[in-house]
Design a binder for this molecule. Structure first.
Ligand SMILES: CC(C)(COP(=O)(O)OP(=O)(O)OC[C@H]1O[C@@H](n2cnc3c(N)ncnc32)[C@H](O)[C@@H]1OP(=O)(O)O)[C@@H](O)C(=O)NCCC(=O)NCCS
Length: 175
């Protein structure tokens, strides 16, 4: 792949060959969508409902990338995009929200998800946030196992979207 970010650009706490690089739109839009679609299929078993979920995604991503470039990144390894992190800042000043943790399939189940999580923690802490929230589908056992292992607390069905569970990580209790 061309246009790979330079290894020194970011990733001081991320071991080589991994490094984070902010998502740039419109350049990265197609890969963002592809990764989102794959994540939806992993979470729910197929891509039904994906188009509805993605309504206004371009606009939402533009806002997120502009507001929080360091939290909306691709994870690169050896010149390839191998992961995606999407974050936003809710109104609650104590909370940062992770909209997506994503690794391509060949990089899953090898412990690399913690690099995405550590980066999200670093971003949240730099903004003085005390907790991170995310939503997970109980039909995604690998993600559920990952969050349990990393100390996330299941806060139960997410109000307004009960098929998802709200998870929270208190930063004082984490790395
Ligand atoms: C969720 C994700 C970021 C986790 O990162 P990861 O590097 O794969 O996670 P880890 O390897 O640290 O841990 C995965 C755990 O799931 C377990 N696991 C894998 N498949 C499983 C299954 N079918 N059922 C139960 N547990 C499973 C593994 O055994 C491992 O636990 P262990 O370390 O105690 O053995 C990554 O798997 C991913 O990107 N998945 C696809 C996108 C996605 O679902 N994102 C989350 C949306 S909320």
């Amino acid at each position: 792949m061309t246009n790979a970010p330079h290894p020194d650009k970011d990733g001081a706490d991320t071991p080589a060959p991994f490094l984070f690089d902010p998502i740039e739109l419109p350049r990265d839009y197609a890969i963002c969508m592809e990764n989102r679609r794959d994540s939806h299929i992993v979470s729910f078993g197929d891509d039904r409902g994906f188009n509805d979920e993605m309504a206004n995604y371009k606009e939402r991503m533009q806002e997120r990338v502009q507001a929080l470039p360091q939290g909306n990144c691709h994870l690169w390894a050896n010149g390839e995009i191998v992961g995606q992190l999407e974050m936003k800042l809710p109104v609650d000043p104590d909370v940062a929200y992770v909209s997506l943790f994503y690794l391509v399939s060949s990089f899953r189940n090898r412990g690399f998800g913690r690099f995405l999580q550590n980066h999200a923690i670093k971003v949240a802490r730099s903004l003085g946030r005390k907790r991170i929230h995310l939503s997970v589908s109980p039909t995604n056992p690998q993600a559920v196992a990952f969050y349990r292992k990393q100390g996330w607390v299941n806060e139960g069905p997410r109000p307004g979207r009960e098929q998802m569970h709200l998870m929270s990580l208190t930063l004082a209790d984490s790395i």
